[in-house]
Design a protein. Sequence first.
Length: 91
Amino acid sequence: MKLTRKNVGQVVRIIGVPDLSGLGDDERKVSAPVFEYLVGKKKRIMAVRDHPIDAEFEFTIRKGKCKGSHTVWIEPEFLEEMPKRKKRTNR
C-alpha cells in the first residue's frame, strides 16, 4: 500500500507485525503483544509521516494484560486497503 497524507482517515486492515528486533528485550515484551493484537483488525489511519513512511494508529484494548490506550506506527507493507463502502440509501 502506498501511503500519503491523503490516507489519513482511511480504514485499513493490519496484516502483519513489524520487525521489533531493534527494541530492547523489556520494550519488545510490552510491544509485541500489542502489535499481535492488531493483526487482522481494521483501524482508521490517524496520521502519516514521511521519514520513515508509516501510519499512526490510536486504539484501546479493553481486556487482557495489554489493556489500555495505545499509539503505534506501522509501515505500509503491513497494511491492506479496504474497499470503500457504499453509502446506504433510505427507502
